[in-house]
Write a protein that binds this ligand. Structure first.
Ligand code: SAM
Length: 313
């Protein structure tokens, strides 16, 4: 068995990270092998960034026991939903109304979910791969207007401010808890940034005041599978994007979660929808289930994550 404290110390993990990992193992000793692989996979800069994110959590009044609990909430909920999906062949819910009160409008749950999700973007192999893809493809010199739909924990917006040259950010999220986290993360990491930031609490499809053809960078990570009509979301993105806009979108196939309501069973179904919305695929990243090939994942209905850089057709 690998010595996790030694692995962490070799990787120069901060005290907060070491405490977080110990707390997670306390809550679920069966997560050890997964964590060993995660710690082995994480790069030096990502380890530093995780440490800074945990400092942010502490500044928000949370200890590592709480953050570990947030992370295990998402791990356990996902496992439960995977069992349901194997048994029934469908996601448990298919309408927004079924999940809204338990998830998006439940402040305590949503807070846990978003902190937990942010931690997965350092520890889960597919989530860290999507974060890397976001950074590798981000047009760092592009100035102008950035729109993020469903910023959730706010980490993409924060990263865009870190590495980009933005003039303004608009974030639209249906959950107040999510927007509060986005605001807090931006304030913490960029307290005096000159970039104009406007966070809107509403359903993206109701955000009528957003101007057509006016956004230069548009980001929508892990939102499409949460909505009843993802095609409308893609069409609205295409409609809001400037003609040379950079559009970054992630979603998933056969990937149950407590609030995933739109199920794509293969990549083709999704890409037909993207094209029908008036968007073209410039770059793509297919991430099969951990340890499986893409073909095996598709054959066995195992979760696949996908990320795209899109343009207006
Ligand atoms: C799973 S989180 C994704 C967070 C982050 N973008 C990421 O990629 O990790 C989904 C976010 O989308 C928001 N959301 C869901 N439906 C929405 C809608 N109709 N309009 C705006 N935001 C929505 C949720 O409240 C949540 O904050």
């Amino acid at each position: 068995m690998t010595d996790i404290p030694k692995l962490l110390s070799d990787k120069m993990a901060s005290g907060e990270i070491t405490t977080l990992i110990a707390e997670i193992l306390e809550l679920n000793p069966l997560h050890r092998r997964f964590l060993e692989a995660a710690i082995t996979n994480i790069r030096d800069k990502e380890m530093v960034d995780l440490g800074k994110y945990l400092e942010f959590c502490i500044a928000c009044g949370h200890d590592m026991h709480y953050v570990a609990d947030c992370y295990m909430t998402i791990v356990e909920d996902t496992l439960n939903e995977q069992m349901y999906f194997i048994r029934h062949g469908n996601y448990r819910h298919s309408s927004f109304a079924e999940v809204a009160d338990a998830v998006y409008f439940n402040r305590d749950y949503m807070n846990k979910y978003m902190y937990g999700l942010a931690i997965t973007s350092f520890l889960w192999p597919n989530h860290i791969a999507m974060s890397r893809f976001f950074q590798q493809t981000f047009p760092i010199e592009k100035t102008g207007r950035y729109l993020e739909v469903g910023p959730g924990h706010g980490y993409y917006s924060m990263t865009a401010l870190d590495i980009g040259s933005l003039d303004s950010i608009i974030g639209v999220d249906i959950s107040e808890a999510s927007l509060n986290q986005t605001r807090a993360v931006l304030d913490h990491f960029h307290p005096n940034d000159s970039c104009q930031i406007d966070l809107m609490h509403m359903d993206f499809l109701d955000a009528k005041e957003l101007e057509t053809n006016s956004f230069d960078i548009l980001v929508m990570g892990e939102v499409l599978e949460h909505v009843e009509q993802p095609q409308l979301f893609l069409e609205r993105l295409a409609n809001l994007a400037a003609s040379d806009a950079h559009i970054y979108v992630t979603t998933c196939i056969n990937a149950p979660a407590i609030d995933h309501i739109y199920l794509w069973r293969n990549i083709e179904e999704l890409e037909v929808m993207i094209a029908a919305a008036g968007l073209t695929i410039r770059e793509k990243l297919y991430l099969p289930y951990d340890g499986k090939t893409l073909e095996e994942s598709l054959d066995q209905n195992l979760a696949i994550n996908v990320a795209y850089v899109l343009g207006v057709a």
